[in-house]
Design a protein around this ligand. Structure first.
Ligand code: HEM
Length: 433
């Protein structure tokens, strides 16, 4: 990624007489910031478009699913509850979000600063440019019906593939990381740009949406050569379907004519907040770690192979007749051949949210430290009933990884097809069939 110099910032400040000059000195009558003049507002708005690369917001697919590549190095994900009282207010919110998303992804302010007394943007990401920001939206089960109520006349339009995930063995889901009526995922190469975008969209939602949970994550994807590594130290994403292969993507990831029109070109996102007991994992020998995953740690090659992208030889045995890639190895359990050919596009981020101290369950009864860290697992597929659900039903019972992982959050969202110019996010859902 090319990054332009910060000369553009200096150029702007000189042209506008500096930020202070552009903003003016005092508070306006309504308590807002007073501005010097309309010309300065326009200059302020254009300024953020000057730096770093911008990703398109409009297109046939939502950005942030299969593109861009490499994935941005930061994400901020928010699941929202919808508090709008009617369909009109919900649509108005989506229209406002569409306009703001087009602006934010171009590196501009959330709103044009035309009315000095109204908040238009926090300005905290002003100098950071677009930073390859993408905004991806999804609709969760609660949007269609909530506590049996069809609030927006959408119940009959809930796609069959937008299933409530079944309970899986071993999961310990917490309400504060689970569910949601609408998802907004911002990905960017700068964490502040990602957070800023979500924060602005939440503000612009007014009284129509409230945050239910959020999760920030980070990845090495844009900072290293090749496949990103997760916190366990393994390359993660090696066997993702090739995003450039339209046939594979249409078969496994994008919803086609089998789905409702508004979902065509879209995909279903399964989110799982997976805590990894890193404090435990870090005590394990390399060979044990590699047998848990079924791959070599350094190269990412499958056990028995040499190179990262070598095919998994699931039939290979050692001299004693044991499988070289163990029956419980994570990579074996995720392989398409073990899952009726199913494939998902994993776009996972790492997370850390501090550490806590718990009393140990065994002598010498001392306090033990646990990181709240792990994987923000996000997988896209054209139908979770063929992808995530059967795959994880098996994994949750026998995956060697389960010794170290606990699923503490979960959500599923229908991410509509891309937003076309002149349309708003998810418009087809609200139109007559
Ligand atoms: C903390 C949890 C997890 C970690 C650390 C993890 C890590 C990994 C690693 C290192 C690989 C091998 C490299 C690659 O092909 O990408 C892999 C592969 C894979 N994982 Fe996970 N994973 C986790 C959870 C899950 C879950 C919950 C699922 C789905 C139910 C899943 C599905 C897959 C699939 C489909 C593959 C590719 C297998 C193949 O095609 O060979 N993973 N994962």
């Amino acid at each position: 990624m090319s990054r332009k110099s910060h000369g553009s910032r200096r150029t702007f400040i000189a042209a506008a007489g500096g930020i202070a000059g552009a903003l003016g000195a005092g508070a306006g009558a309504g308590g807002g910031i007073a501005f010097a003049g309309a010309k300065s507002h326009a200059a302020l708005d254009m300024h953020t478009a000057q730096d770093t690369v911008a990703e398109p917001f409009f297109g046939s697919h939502q950005n942030g699913i299969a593109a861009p590549s490499p994935m941005q190095s930061h994400t901020y994900f928010a699941a929202l509850d919808i508090t709008a009282t009617d369909r009109k207010a919900l649509i108005a919110m989506l229209q406002t979000w569409t306009a703001a998303s087009a602006r934010l992804t171009a590196g501009r302010l959330a709103m044009a600063p035309a009315t000095p007394d109204q908040p238009f943007d926090s300005l905290d990401a002003l100098d950071l440019g677009p930073s390859r920001l993408t905004l991806t939206f999804g609709f969760g089960p609660d949007l269609f019906t909530l506590a049996g109520k069809d609030r927006f006349g959408l119940a009959a339009r809930r796609p069959a593939a937008l299933v409530d995930l079944p309970a899986f063995p071993g999961e310990q889901l917490e309400a504060r990381h689970t569910g949601g009526a609408v998802s907004v995922q911002a990905c960017a190469d700068d964490p502040q740009v990602a957070f800023h975008a979500v924060r602005e969209l939440v503000r612009l939602a007014g009284g129509n949406a409230t945050v239910r949970w959020t999760q920030a994550g980070f990845s090495t994807a844009n900072r290293t050569q090749g496949t990103a590594r997760n916190l366990m130290g393994f390359k993660d994403g090696t066997m993702n379907p090739p995003v450039g292969d339209a046939a594979v993507m249409n078969q496994h990831i994008w919803v086609g004519s089998e789905g409702p029109r508004w979902m065509q070109g879209g995909s279903y996102a399964v989110f799982r907040r997976i805590r990894i007991a890193l404090e435990h994992w870090d005590q394990m020998k390399l060979g044990f770690q590699e047998r848990t995953i079924g791959r070599h740690k350094l190269s990412g090659a499958p056990l028995g192979g040499t190179h990262e992208f070598d095919a998994l030889d699931l039939k290979a045995q050692d001299k004693d007749g044991n499988p070289i890639i163990p029956a419980t190895a994570h990579a074996r359990l995720g392989a398409p051949s073990e899952n009726a050919g199913a494939q998902m596009l994993r776009r996972a981020y790492n997370y850390t949210d501090g550490a806590s101290f718990v009393a140990e369950r065994w002598p010498p009864w001392k306090q033990a430290m646990e990181y709240d860290a792990g994987l923000m697992f996000i997988a896209y597929q054209h139908d979770p009933r063929r992808g995530f659900i059967p795959m994880f039903e098996k994994m949750s019972r026998i995956d060697a990884l389960n010794q170290f992982t606990t699923h503490v959050g979960s959500a599923v969202f229908a991410c509509p097809g891309g937003v076309r110019h002149g349309q708003y996010i998810g418009q087809g859902l609200f139109e007559a069939v």
